[in-house]
Design a protein around this ligand. Structure first.
Ligand code: HEM
Length: 479
């Protein structure tokens, strides 16, 4: 291994992974200033190695930037790193971390994860939501067609569509105003997206008060709580009138599933999980679609090839449908390549070390925060030829690299026990949306802009997205 210990340490000082010099109090916070975190961390790790130690405020942080070390953390020592660090936003917004994303690893988490993978996000359940996807995406195609020839804000359109798909999946027809829920969560996410000093200095609780974040999060939480609670109450009423034989048949949306008696979940747990699924599935899905569109506009050869494939497969039917998606081999490779270069969560979600351990001779202290730089791993030139190039062909006929965290050079959904449970849900929406956009329209940039001039700069947020909204001109395709 290239990064051996260079200096002899005394027996009492643990052999931490290498890292930049630490300043008093702030540690390495100043080392992160300059560019977006995933880029900055990659630059630092090219100097200090693929297993790097940083001190961010009080928090000992281990940064993983190569497939070999990602495998150590996400597979070899999976159980030790299966927890998440406590985060103020999740404590407040997610009912004391009762959702799945930030629940500490333990019995409660395992129960929720099981419900989620077997009941809420299983292939069968995802399949059952097909009518919702078809309806929302048909609305999207109609809205875009109505703007024929003029610039359309695809970023915004995709965000609206993904939000509606997940909100309708979660609440079904028993919610009268999806928009109210969507706006409240947007506000909460914006509040949580800020940098929280309190999380970097857990021992100084007073910091949470002076940063002003806590009251902001509490206010947002009260608002979202009121809305979801009233949706749950509506479900309860619909259920009881159906049982009494007066109501319509109760159709299973995600809240219905979570309310099943055999799970014995409290309302707070139900609300936390719903918020998690909404938070985990909306922006991720819409940003991938936008990145894929931007990459294809930049590479017209690729867009033409996808369009030819989609139009050939769906030509006879005159419209795209989900059942033939398996024939769209090239479109699927475009999605895979988009996720390699633009994983919406470039640093996955942080893990926490549950027990002091050693990785290839380096000491990992208990309670360290673990950051896996999936973005850097997906661009590692030791694993990828022409790593920075958008080249979907690399995945055609490559059956070894899948989405399930088995190849550690490709982990846009993470790997191991905490791998994203929404892979099927997310990919089904992404691939179908792209098939429709490619089938129904030709696309060009506004104001005579050249393909190569499209700015691909990133913005860091809940997901890493294009910095500027993507405006494209649709031209309807008439078969
Ligand atoms: C389509 C694009 C998506 C991407 C790229 C993505 C990516 C990720 C990543 C990187 C993680 C962290 C994994 C880890 O720590 O190893 C994660 C976790 C999670 N995702 Fe996704 N996700 C996507 C879609 C979805 C959807 C559609 C849902 C739900 C409807 C969802 C729900 C979740 C949840 C609940 C977790 C937390 C899992 C846990 O801690 O056990 N995601 N996702």
């Amino acid at each position: 291994m290239a990064h051996k210990i260079m200096t002899k340490k005394s027996a009492s000082s643990p052999n931490l992974p290498p890292g930049p010099w630490k300043l008093p109090i702030i540690g390495n916070i100043h080392n992160l200033i300059g560019s977006l975190p995933h880029r900055r961390l990659r630059d630092l790790s090219s100097k200090y190695g693929p297993l790097m130690h940083l001190k961010l405020g009080e928090v000992s942080t281990i940064v993983v930037s190569s497939p070999e070390y990602a495998k150590e953390v996400l597979k070899t020592h999976d159980l030790i790193f299966a927890s998440r660090p406590p985060i103020l936003a999740s404590k407040i917004l997610s009912y004391d971390s009762r959702g799945m994303s930030f629940a500490p690893y333990g019995d409660y988490y395992r129960q929720m994860r099981k419900i989620c993978t077997l009941e809420l996000l299983s292939s069968k359940r995802v399949q059952s939501f097909q009518p919702i996807r078809v309806e929302e995406l048909t609305k999207l195609i109609k809205r875009i067609a109505s703007k024929e020839g003029s610039p359309t804000n695809l970023t915004k359109e995709m965000h609206t569509t993904s939000s509606m798909i997940i909100s309708r999946t979660a609440f079904g027809n028993k919610c009268r105003d999806h928009q109210k829920f969507i706006s409240a969560v947007k506000e909460a996410t914006e509040a949580a997206g800020g940098f929280d000093l309190g999380d970097l200095y857990p021992s100084a609780e007073w910091l949470q008060h002076i940063s002003g974040l806590k009251p902001k999060l509490e206010k947002s939480h009260q608002q979202t709580d009121r809305i979801i609670q009233s949706i749950i109450n509506e479900h309860r009423e619909a259920k009881s009138s159906a049982t009494e034989g007066q109501g319509e048949e109760v159709e299973d949306d995600l809240v219905d599933v979570l309310m099943k008696e055999r799970f014995g979940l409290s309302d707070d747990s139900i609300k936390a999980v719903i918020l998690d699924l909404y938070g985990g599935g909306t922006e991720t899905t819409s940003t991938i679609i936008t990145w894929a569109m931007a990459e294809m506009i930049k590479n017209p050869r690729i867009m033409k090839k996808v369009q030819a494939e989609v139009r050939e497969v769906y030509g006879k039917e005159g419209q795209a449908n989900e059942s033939d998606m398996n024939n769209l081999k090239y479109l699927k490779s475009v999605v895979k390549e988009t996720l390699r270069l633009h994983p919406p969560g470039p640093l996955l979600l942080p893990r926490q070390c549950g027990q002091a351990c050693e990785i290839k001779g380096y000491h990992i202290p208990v309670k360290s925060k673990i950051i896996v730089n999936a973005w850097a791993v997906g661009r590692d030139p030791n694993y990828w030829t022409e790593a920075e190039r958008f080249y979907p062909e690399r995945f055609i006929d490559n059956n070894t690299i899948d989405y399930h965290g088995n190849s550690f050079e490709y982990i846009p959904f993470g790997a191991g026990r905490r791998i994203c449970p929404g892979i099927t849900f997310g990919l089904t929406s992404v691939e179908f949306a792209l098939a429709l956009l490619m089938y129904h329209f030709d696309w060009k940039l506004p104001n005579g802009m050249k393909n190569e001039d499209l700015d691909m700069s990133e913005a860091f947020g809940v997901s890493v997205s294009l910095k500027d909204d993507l405006y494209l001109i649709p031209i309807t395709f008439h078969p």
